[in-house]
Design a binder for this molecule. Structure first.
Ligand SMILES: Nc1ncnc2c1ncn2[C@@H]1O[C@H](COP(=O)(O)OP(=O)(O)O)[C@@H](O)[C@H]1O
Ligand SMILES: N[C@@H](CCC(=O)OP(=O)(O)O)C(=O)O
Length: 271
Protein backbone atom coordinates (compact mmCIF):
# COMPACT_ATOMS: atom_id res chain seq x y z
CA UNK A 1 0.00 0.00 0.00
CA UNK A 2 1.30 3.44 -0.90
CA UNK A 3 0.88 6.48 1.31
CA UNK A 4 -0.66 9.63 -0.11
CA UNK A 5 2.17 12.13 0.21
CA UNK A 6 2.02 15.02 -2.26
CA UNK A 7 3.70 17.99 -0.58
CA UNK A 8 4.32 21.32 -2.26
CA UNK A 9 6.62 22.54 0.50
CA UNK A 10 8.71 20.37 2.82
CA UNK A 11 11.13 20.75 5.71
CA UNK A 12 13.89 18.14 6.03
CA UNK A 13 15.65 17.90 9.38
CA UNK A 14 18.90 15.98 9.63
CA UNK A 15 20.44 15.15 13.00
CA UNK A 16 24.05 15.05 14.10
CA UNK A 17 23.98 11.26 14.20
CA UNK A 18 23.48 11.23 10.40
CA UNK A 19 26.14 13.87 9.68
CA UNK A 20 29.03 12.92 11.95
CA UNK A 21 30.63 9.47 11.91
CA UNK A 22 31.45 7.57 15.10
CA UNK A 23 35.12 8.57 14.68
CA UNK A 24 33.96 12.24 14.74
CA UNK A 25 34.76 12.81 11.07
CA UNK A 26 32.19 14.26 8.69
CA UNK A 27 29.82 11.91 6.89
CA UNK A 28 30.62 13.45 3.50
CA UNK A 29 28.62 10.86 1.63
CA UNK A 30 25.42 11.80 3.47
CA UNK A 31 25.97 15.51 2.81
CA UNK A 32 26.70 14.92 -0.89
CA UNK A 33 23.60 12.71 -1.32
CA UNK A 34 21.46 15.23 0.55
CA UNK A 35 22.59 18.02 -1.78
CA UNK A 36 21.70 15.86 -4.80
CA UNK A 37 18.27 14.83 -3.50
CA UNK A 38 17.16 18.25 -2.24
CA UNK A 39 18.30 19.98 -5.44
CA UNK A 40 16.38 17.44 -7.51
CA UNK A 41 13.21 18.09 -5.47
CA UNK A 42 13.71 21.84 -5.90
CA UNK A 43 14.13 21.33 -9.67
CA UNK A 44 10.81 19.45 -9.68
CA UNK A 45 9.05 22.44 -8.09
CA UNK A 46 8.92 21.35 -4.45
CA UNK A 47 9.95 24.12 -2.05
CA UNK A 48 12.54 22.81 0.38
CA UNK A 49 13.97 24.03 3.69
CA UNK A 50 16.77 22.06 5.35
CA UNK A 51 17.19 22.14 9.14
CA UNK A 52 20.65 20.79 9.84
CA UNK A 53 22.19 19.98 13.21
CA UNK A 54 25.85 19.12 13.43
CA UNK A 55 27.57 22.40 14.36
CA UNK A 56 28.66 21.09 17.73
CA UNK A 57 29.58 17.62 16.45
CA UNK A 58 31.60 19.01 13.55
CA UNK A 59 33.32 21.56 15.83
CA UNK A 60 34.26 18.81 18.30
CA UNK A 61 35.76 16.79 15.45
CA UNK A 62 37.69 19.76 14.03
CA UNK A 63 39.21 20.64 17.38
CA UNK A 64 39.98 16.96 18.14
CA UNK A 65 38.09 17.21 21.42
CA UNK A 66 37.16 14.04 23.26
CA UNK A 67 33.75 15.29 24.25
CA UNK A 68 31.37 18.25 24.29
CA UNK A 69 32.93 20.96 26.53
CA UNK A 70 31.11 21.55 29.82
CA UNK A 71 31.47 25.37 29.89
CA UNK A 72 28.80 27.26 27.94
CA UNK A 73 31.19 29.82 26.32
CA UNK A 74 33.35 26.91 25.10
CA UNK A 75 30.28 25.12 23.72
CA UNK A 76 29.32 28.31 21.90
CA UNK A 77 32.80 28.67 20.44
CA UNK A 78 32.91 25.03 19.30
CA UNK A 79 29.50 25.35 17.71
CA UNK A 80 30.45 28.57 15.88
CA UNK A 81 33.56 26.85 14.47
CA UNK A 82 31.61 23.75 13.41
CA UNK A 83 28.75 25.73 11.88
CA UNK A 84 30.98 27.68 9.51
CA UNK A 85 32.73 24.49 8.42
CA UNK A 86 29.40 22.71 7.94
CA UNK A 87 27.80 25.48 5.88
CA UNK A 88 30.96 25.70 3.75
CA UNK A 89 30.66 22.02 2.86
CA UNK A 90 26.94 22.28 2.15
CA UNK A 91 27.55 25.31 -0.09
CA UNK A 92 30.19 23.40 -2.04
CA UNK A 93 28.10 20.24 -2.40
CA UNK A 94 24.97 22.09 -3.53
CA UNK A 95 27.09 24.17 -5.95
CA UNK A 96 27.86 20.89 -7.73
CA UNK A 97 24.26 21.15 -9.03
CA UNK A 98 24.20 24.97 -9.37
CA UNK A 99 21.86 25.07 -6.36
CA UNK A 100 22.11 28.22 -4.22
CA UNK A 101 21.74 27.73 -0.47
CA UNK A 102 21.49 30.28 2.32
CA UNK A 103 22.31 30.09 6.01
CA UNK A 104 19.56 30.99 8.51
CA UNK A 105 20.47 30.93 12.20
CA UNK A 106 17.52 31.32 14.55
CA UNK A 107 16.88 31.95 18.23
CA UNK A 108 13.62 31.30 20.05
CA UNK A 109 12.99 34.96 20.92
CA UNK A 110 12.61 35.69 17.20
CA UNK A 111 9.53 33.44 17.26
CA UNK A 112 8.09 35.14 20.34
CA UNK A 113 8.00 38.66 18.85
CA UNK A 114 5.37 38.84 16.08
CA UNK A 115 7.28 41.43 14.07
CA UNK A 116 10.57 39.48 14.20
CA UNK A 117 8.70 36.31 13.29
CA UNK A 118 7.04 38.04 10.33
CA UNK A 119 10.45 39.20 9.12
CA UNK A 120 11.86 35.68 9.31
CA UNK A 121 8.86 34.27 7.44
CA UNK A 122 9.28 36.95 4.76
CA UNK A 123 12.95 36.03 4.42
CA UNK A 124 12.06 32.33 4.01
CA UNK A 125 9.43 33.20 1.40
CA UNK A 126 11.85 35.42 -0.52
CA UNK A 127 14.44 32.63 -0.62
CA UNK A 128 12.02 29.85 -1.55
CA UNK A 129 10.46 32.09 -4.21
CA UNK A 130 13.88 32.25 -5.88
CA UNK A 131 14.45 28.46 -5.61
CA UNK A 132 17.08 28.97 -2.93
CA UNK A 133 17.32 26.32 -0.21
CA UNK A 134 17.59 27.84 3.28
CA UNK A 135 19.78 25.80 5.64
CA UNK A 136 18.61 26.45 9.19
CA UNK A 137 20.22 25.83 12.55
CA UNK A 138 19.86 27.30 15.98
CA UNK A 139 22.21 30.24 16.52
CA UNK A 140 24.10 28.34 19.20
CA UNK A 141 26.73 31.00 19.82
CA UNK A 142 24.11 33.51 21.05
CA UNK A 143 21.23 31.39 22.30
CA UNK A 144 21.73 30.91 26.00
CA UNK A 145 18.71 31.22 28.27
CA UNK A 146 18.83 34.01 30.79
CA UNK A 147 16.44 34.59 33.67
CA UNK A 148 13.97 36.77 31.79
CA UNK A 149 14.97 36.04 28.23
CA UNK A 150 14.46 32.67 26.58
CA UNK A 151 16.55 32.47 23.45
CA UNK A 152 17.15 28.74 22.96
CA UNK A 153 14.97 26.07 21.39
CA UNK A 154 14.97 22.79 23.27
CA UNK A 155 16.70 21.20 20.23
CA UNK A 156 16.54 21.09 16.44
CA UNK A 157 13.61 18.65 16.44
CA UNK A 158 11.50 21.40 18.02
CA UNK A 159 13.08 24.02 15.76
CA UNK A 160 12.20 22.01 12.64
CA UNK A 161 8.56 21.64 13.76
CA UNK A 162 8.37 25.41 14.36
CA UNK A 163 9.88 26.14 10.94
CA UNK A 164 7.36 23.73 9.33
CA UNK A 165 4.57 25.66 11.04
CA UNK A 166 5.70 29.21 10.24
CA UNK A 167 6.46 28.57 6.57
CA UNK A 168 3.23 26.58 6.22
CA UNK A 169 4.94 23.41 4.94
CA UNK A 170 2.85 20.25 4.46
CA UNK A 171 5.45 17.75 5.59
CA UNK A 172 8.40 17.49 7.97
CA UNK A 173 10.89 14.69 7.24
CA UNK A 174 13.12 13.94 10.23
CA UNK A 175 16.24 11.97 9.26
CA UNK A 176 17.96 10.22 12.14
CA UNK A 177 20.18 7.17 12.71
CA UNK A 178 17.24 4.85 13.23
CA UNK A 179 14.58 3.41 10.86
CA UNK A 180 11.65 5.02 12.68
CA UNK A 181 9.84 5.08 16.01
CA UNK A 182 9.91 1.77 17.88
CA UNK A 183 8.14 0.35 20.93
CA UNK A 184 11.44 0.90 22.79
CA UNK A 185 15.01 1.97 22.05
CA UNK A 186 16.21 -0.78 19.64
CA UNK A 187 19.80 -0.26 20.81
CA UNK A 188 18.73 -1.41 24.25
CA UNK A 189 15.61 -3.48 23.66
CA UNK A 190 16.05 -6.24 21.06
CA UNK A 191 12.29 -6.94 21.08
CA UNK A 192 11.36 -3.38 20.08
CA UNK A 193 9.28 -3.23 16.87
CA UNK A 194 8.79 -0.35 14.45
CA UNK A 195 5.46 1.51 14.58
CA UNK A 196 4.55 2.47 10.98
CA UNK A 197 1.89 5.09 11.81
CA UNK A 198 1.12 7.25 14.86
CA UNK A 199 -2.06 9.35 15.11
CA UNK A 200 -1.69 10.89 18.58
CA UNK A 201 1.12 11.41 21.09
CA UNK A 202 -0.57 9.73 24.05
CA UNK A 203 0.83 8.18 27.23
CA UNK A 204 1.48 4.80 25.57
CA UNK A 205 3.50 6.37 22.77
CA UNK A 206 5.43 8.60 25.20
CA UNK A 207 6.32 5.56 27.30
CA UNK A 208 8.14 3.99 24.32
CA UNK A 209 10.48 6.98 23.87
CA UNK A 210 13.99 6.97 25.27
CA UNK A 211 17.00 9.26 25.06
CA UNK A 212 19.84 9.29 22.54
CA UNK A 213 22.33 6.43 22.38
CA UNK A 214 24.89 8.38 20.38
CA UNK A 215 27.55 10.73 21.69
CA UNK A 216 26.40 13.92 19.98
CA UNK A 217 22.65 13.42 19.48
CA UNK A 218 20.80 15.57 21.98
CA UNK A 219 17.20 14.60 22.52
CA UNK A 220 16.63 11.03 21.37
CA UNK A 221 12.98 10.17 20.74
CA UNK A 222 11.49 12.40 23.41
CA UNK A 223 12.27 15.57 21.46
CA UNK A 224 11.11 13.93 18.22
CA UNK A 225 7.75 13.15 19.84
CA UNK A 226 7.49 16.76 21.05
CA UNK A 227 8.07 17.86 17.48
CA UNK A 228 5.48 15.33 16.25
CA UNK A 229 2.93 16.63 18.76
CA UNK A 230 3.34 20.15 17.40
CA UNK A 231 3.02 18.86 13.83
CA UNK A 232 -0.19 16.93 14.64
CA UNK A 233 -1.69 19.92 16.48
CA UNK A 234 -1.42 21.87 13.24
CA UNK A 235 -2.69 18.95 11.11
CA UNK A 236 0.53 18.57 9.19
CA UNK A 237 2.50 15.37 8.67
CA UNK A 238 5.88 14.19 9.91
CA UNK A 239 7.89 11.17 8.81
CA UNK A 240 10.78 9.87 10.89
CA UNK A 241 13.19 7.79 8.81
CA UNK A 242 16.79 6.67 8.59
CA UNK A 243 19.16 9.28 7.12
CA UNK A 244 21.87 6.72 6.28
CA UNK A 245 21.10 7.30 2.60
CA UNK A 246 19.19 10.57 2.03
CA UNK A 247 17.82 9.12 -1.24
CA UNK A 248 15.24 7.62 1.10
CA UNK A 249 13.48 10.99 0.67
CA UNK A 250 12.59 9.99 -2.92
CA UNK A 251 10.97 6.78 -1.65
CA UNK A 252 9.11 8.70 1.06
CA UNK A 253 7.69 11.13 -1.50
CA UNK A 254 6.78 8.21 -3.76
CA UNK A 255 4.51 7.08 -0.92
CA UNK A 256 6.45 3.97 0.09
CA UNK A 257 5.77 2.77 3.62
CA UNK A 258 9.06 3.83 5.14
CA UNK A 259 9.82 4.90 8.70
CA UNK A 260 7.08 6.18 10.98
CA UNK A 261 4.39 8.51 9.68
CA UNK A 262 2.86 10.88 12.24
CA UNK A 263 -0.50 12.05 10.92
CA UNK A 264 -4.01 12.86 12.05
CA UNK A 265 -5.32 11.76 8.64
CA UNK A 266 -6.39 8.18 7.99
CA UNK A 267 -4.36 7.30 4.93
CA UNK A 268 -6.12 6.08 1.79
CA UNK A 269 -4.31 3.73 -0.53
CA UNK A 270 -3.17 4.94 -3.95
CA UNK A 271 -3.47 2.39 -6.74
N1 LIG B 1 11.37 4.33 20.94
C1 LIG B 1 12.48 4.59 20.24
N2 LIG B 1 12.52 4.37 18.90
C2 LIG B 1 13.63 4.65 18.16
N3 LIG B 1 14.77 5.21 18.69
C3 LIG B 1 14.79 5.49 20.02
C4 LIG B 1 13.65 5.19 20.85
N4 LIG B 1 13.94 5.61 22.10
C5 LIG B 1 15.18 6.13 22.07
N5 LIG B 1 15.71 6.06 20.82
C6 LIG B 1 17.05 6.58 20.46
O1 LIG B 1 16.91 7.82 19.76
C7 LIG B 1 18.05 7.93 18.88
C8 LIG B 1 17.81 9.04 17.86
O2 LIG B 1 17.87 10.30 18.50
P1 LIG B 1 19.21 11.22 18.47
O3 LIG B 1 20.40 10.41 18.86
O4 LIG B 1 18.89 12.47 19.25
O5 LIG B 1 19.33 11.48 16.91
P2 LIG B 1 19.54 12.77 16.02
O6 LIG B 1 20.98 13.18 16.18
O7 LIG B 1 19.23 12.24 14.65
O8 LIG B 1 18.56 13.83 16.47
C9 LIG B 1 18.17 6.54 18.33
O9 LIG B 1 19.45 6.28 17.81
C10 LIG B 1 17.87 5.65 19.56
O10 LIG B 1 19.06 5.38 20.24
N1 LIG C 1 22.31 23.35 17.13
C1 LIG C 1 22.91 22.07 17.49
C2 LIG C 1 21.89 20.98 17.25
C3 LIG C 1 21.40 20.34 18.51
C4 LIG C 1 20.47 19.16 18.18
O1 LIG C 1 19.24 19.26 18.31
O2 LIG C 1 21.12 18.06 17.66
P1 LIG C 1 20.41 16.70 17.12
O3 LIG C 1 19.74 16.00 18.27
O4 LIG C 1 21.53 15.93 16.54
O5 LIG C 1 19.39 17.12 16.08
C5 LIG C 1 24.11 21.76 16.60
O6 LIG C 1 24.10 22.16 15.43
O7 LIG C 1 25.04 21.10 17.09
Amino acid sequence: MLRQINPKRIVVKIGTSSLVLKNRKLNLRAIARLAFVLTDLCNRGIQVVLVSSGAMGVGIGMLHLKDRPSEIPQQQAVSAIGQSQLIGIYTKEFAEYQQIVAQVLLTRDVMLFPESKRNVVNAFKAMMGQHIIPIVNENDSVSVDELDHQTSFSDNDELSAIVTEIIDADLLIVLSDIDGFYTGNPYKDPDAVLIPEVHAIDADILAYAGGSSTQFGTGGMTTKLNAARRILEHHRQMILANGRDPEIIFDILDGKEIGTLFTTKVMKARV
